[in-house]
Design a protein around this ligand. Structure first.
Ligand code: HMG
Ligand code: MG
Length: 303
């Protein structure tokens, strides 16, 4: 039987901010992470050690990681695309985190746009990075992007998602997050995708990462929960977008996921406080000059 505890991975400080053009002051990012931790989020994706030429906004990640308040029981994973990214964490000397996430995709076209290599090349490149990271005592999460539709090559074959997911788990990732990067998927497609992927992979090892471009993200979260997925990625204020997924909007809003689970058989790890999160969503949206994309945040604020 599956657990009724749902874990939320707060990706706002990373996915939520990586696509912002204007440089966000480090101090705002640090405050965001600190406030999310105090509101009860247990896993906060805090930055990316990627090439600053590719994603300039994340260039301050080392500085951020060194300035945050580390709350007990809270994990602060960061994205790492290659050996250089892992080396720059300077484990065990500086050790700004104990968890990384590596990422690839279900299609070559997207993966080339995002990381300059095909899927097969990326798996070859990541295998020794994951091995080194595990040797250094880090936990390693995996991401597969464009699991339903690809902005460059259209409809994605679920068998390809299954194979890439399996490859990441075989490398040593403890979990793989399936990304609807484009935010075009429907609940029925999520169900069909998970049916295919779980032929080879335990559902406990999967997470759902849904962008909300078509307004389907909260419905897709529930399709994933119904299929047994118990880890959901979300972003405060519904911030977010991938620089290499043109037109895609932010992730499902953390506030909306928490509200949607109220009164359900599911409890959320860390028992995050919705009112605090609504405040944080308004605060960070104002800081970066964006509309608050959380429907729940808007409803509660205007009550
Ligand atoms: P490349 O240009 O092929 O790599 O990029 P390179 O090895 O030729 O390096 C180019 C330059 O970058 C060199 O500098 C390197 O030193 C530097 P130069 O010699 O020209 O001065 N460099 C680095 N600097 C800092 N940290 C590093 C690093 N690596 C190289 N780690 C590379 C290949 C993978 C580096 C690049 O494509 C890249 O950084 N891509 C990251 C793209 C990205 O961050 N995308 C967003 C995150 S994924 C996402 O949002 C999807 C997700 O949310 C799930 C979903 O929604 O689907 C997770
Ligand atoms: Mg994303």
């Amino acid at each position: 039987s599956t657990s009724e505890i749902v874990r939320i991975v707060e990706v706002g400080p990373r996915d939520g901010l990586q696509n912002e053009k204007a440089t966000i002051p480090a101090d705002v990012k640090v405050q965001l992470i600190n406030r999310l931790g105090r509101a009860g989020m247990r896993i906060i994706e805090a930055g990316s050690f990627v090439s600053p030429k590719w994603v300039p906004q994340m260039a301050s990640s080392a500085e951020i990681l060194n300035s945050i308040e580390r709350l007990p029981g809270v994990r602060y994973p960061v994205l790492v695309p290659n050996q250089k990214g892992l080396d720059s964490l300077d484990i065990p000397h500086a050790a700004p985190t104990d968890e990384i996430a590596v990422f690839t995709a279900a299609t070559d076209a997207f993966n080339k746009a995002n990381t300059n290599v095909t899927v097969a090349e990326s798996l070859d490149r990541l295998a020794p990075v994951v091995r080194d990271a595990l040797d250094l005592g880090l936990r390693v999460r995996g991401y597969v992007s464009v699991v339903i539709a690809c902005p460059y090559s259209g409809r994605v074959d679920a068998r390809q998602v299954r194979d890439v997911t399996k490859a990441l788990l075989d490398m040593g990732c403890y979990e793989v997050s399936l990304g609807d990067t484009v935010g075009q998927g429907t609940p029925h497609q999520v169900t069909a995708l998970l049916e295919e992927v779980t032929k080879d992979v335990d559902v406990e090892k999967l997470a759902g990462h849904f962008h909300d471009t078509f307004g389907m993200a909260i419905a897709n979260v529930f399709a994933a929960l119904s299929a047994g997925v118990r880890t959901i990625d979300s972003s405060i204020g519904g911030l977010g977008g991938c620089p290499y997924s043109p037109g895609a909007t932010g992730n499902v809003a953390t506030e909306d996921v928490i509200y949607a689970l109220r009164g359900s058989p599911y409890s959320i790890d860390g028992n995050p406080d919705l009112d605090s999160l609504v405040d944080i969503g308004w605060w960070i949206s104002a800081q970066i000059g964006r509309e608050n994309a959380s429907r729940v945040g808007n409803a509660i604020r205007s009550r």
